[in-house]
Design a protein around this ligand. Structure first.
Ligand code: TRP
Length: 461
């Protein structure tokens, strides 16, 4: 048997380190900012059920596929894929899938640092008592003014960007692993404190049944598609991130078990965040279907009125910042690993190069909320185009390609060997899902997002 290869970037010190890092990547703005508001917009319970099914039958298998590519390739996403394509005698064009994944994660990062910057800013804003007793209008107006002040936004996103660069420059163990070892437990503790607090607000039952009591009359066809699309985003799939992290996974770790753990942890955090947020929203008679402003323009209204709201509101934004930061570092790693390998430069130099480009591009998102708000291409701002391009085009396509590559292009013996599941039903189920179920489901979402089903009244574009 061939000598097992090592990544030049190093390796996680343990399975736990990988689980923390991958969970840190998965748990982010998607769980705490996006999941509650799309659940609110799509009517609650029934939507949550569909989302859970998507995680189970598509999320877990695709994550296993990505981790196995990384661990077998032991390089950045595109080089791992090139290596495995060669092993399988498949065309080199598959490498493009890696390039697309790396580009997707980098582009997502350019707006992710900006929104993470809002979260960091809101720690200070909330702590200083800005929202104490404030009316709904005042809280909304504060958010509008906040977005309009581009130099303020640049300050906060630059802060997040610098933190991300310094961490990734530290490398796998001294940077990424060290950060997640502190931030993930911290985040979890705060989350549990917040649930306890939500329990004491009195509307917990109402929040609970909104999340877990399915009412299928409230679920629309596009709710199903939103749920599937969100499963990709929230698990950090289809963007090279899990391939990059998988490349640092110790040889003897079970890919199946770790994927299940990461997916379960991500789902648990989303549900717990919902349990912490909805009772508060209900208790203060706020609108659950408020949309993207739910966290920044609605929740602070409640914090402003609740006992100890300043304290718990501040904790909430600290938690959101931790969660966003551990995702941001994961979004930079594929690009940095690729630059190091491709141009044989040091990690530090790769970070400086990518960081400069990142900072410049992030300005586009910052200005999308102020001076460039009226500059539109395809009817969308710069930020909205980035979001659309990555979430609606690159991620579904990437997911489809991961399924195609691991279940069609790679040899069955290679995937079986790497997953280490032998002939168990888990392996055959995985392969069947990746060959047929996942691609079909993804194609449906993809077409729907592109507006192909407009005639049927389904329009997500
Ligand atoms: N999953 C993270 C979240 O829920 C965001 C994220 C990290 C991501 N890496 C990604 C999204 C890769 C898409 C692709 O916030």
């Amino acid at each position: 048997m061939e000598e097992k290869r090592q990544s030049v970037h190093g390796q996680w010190s343990s399975r736990t380190a990988f689980v923390l890092a991958a969970t840190g990547s998965a748990v982010g703005l998607g769980n705490i900012w996006k999941f509650p508001y799309i659940t609110g917009q799509n009517g609650g319970g029934a939507f949550v059920l569909v989302y859970l099914i998507c995680i189970l039958i598509i999320g877990i298998p695709v994550m296993m596929g990505e981790i196995l590519i990384g661990r077998r390739g032991r390089q950045s996403p595109s080089h791992s894929i090139a290596y495995l394509a060669k092993e399988a005698g498949a065309p080199r064009i598959w490498t493009l899938m890696g390039i697309m994944g790396i580009s997707a994660s980098f582009l997502i990062l350019t707006f992710y640092v900006v929104i993470a910057g809002w979260a960091v800013a809101y720690i200070i804003v909330t702590a200083s008592g800005t929202f104490t007793g404030a009316s709904a209008e005042a809280v909304g107006a504060y958010f509008d003014d906040f977005l309009a002040d581009s130099s303020g936004l640049i300050f906060w996103s630059t802060l997040v960007t610098l933190g991300t660069l310094v961490t990734v420059a530290g490398g796998v163990r001294k940077g990424l692993e060290r950060a997640v070892t502190w931030l993930m437990p911290g985040m979890l503790v705060i989350l549990l404190i917040l649930v306890g607090y939500a329990l004491s607000t009195g509307s917990f039952i109402e929040g609970f049944s909104f999340l877990f009591k399915p009412d299928f009359t409230k679920l629309s066809a596009d709710g199903v598609l939103v749920a599937l699309g969100h499963a990709f985003f929230t698990l950090s799939l289809a963007s090279g991130v899990m391939i990059a992290y998988g490349a640092y996974l110790p040889e003897d770790t079970s890919i199946f078990q770790t994927s299940v753990i990461v997916c379960a942890a991500d789902t648990a955090v989303a549900l717990i965040a919902g349990l912490a947020i909805f009772p508060i929203v209900f208790a203060y008679g706020l609108d659950v279907s408020e949309g993207p402003g739910l966290i920044f323009a609605t929740l602070p209204i409640a914090f402003g009125q609740m006992p100890f709201g300043t304290f718990f509101g501040t904790l909430f934004f600290i938690m959101l910042s931790f969660a966003a930061f551990t995702s941001a570092i994961s979004l930079l790693e594929p690009t940095v690993a690729w630059i190091v390998e491709r141009f044989s430069v040091t990690r530090l130099r790769a970070v400086v190069i990518s960081g400069t480009v990142l900072w410049v591009l992030s300005l586009g998102t910052v200005f999308s909320f102020s001076k460039w708000a009226e500059i539109k291409l395809f009817g969308r701002t710069f930020f909205a185009n980035l979001d659309y391009l990555t979430a609606n085009i690159m991620l579904p396509l990437g997911g489809l390609l991961v399924a195609g590559f691991t279940a069609w292009a790679m040899k069955e013996s290679a995937t079986r060997d790497e997953l280490g599941l032998g002939d168990s039903p888990v392996y055959s189920t995985w392969r069947f899902v990746m060959r047929y179920i996942a691609p079909v489901a993804i194609v449906i979402v993809f077409l729907a997002k592109l507006g192909a089903f407009k005639h049927f009244g389904i329009d997500l574009s």
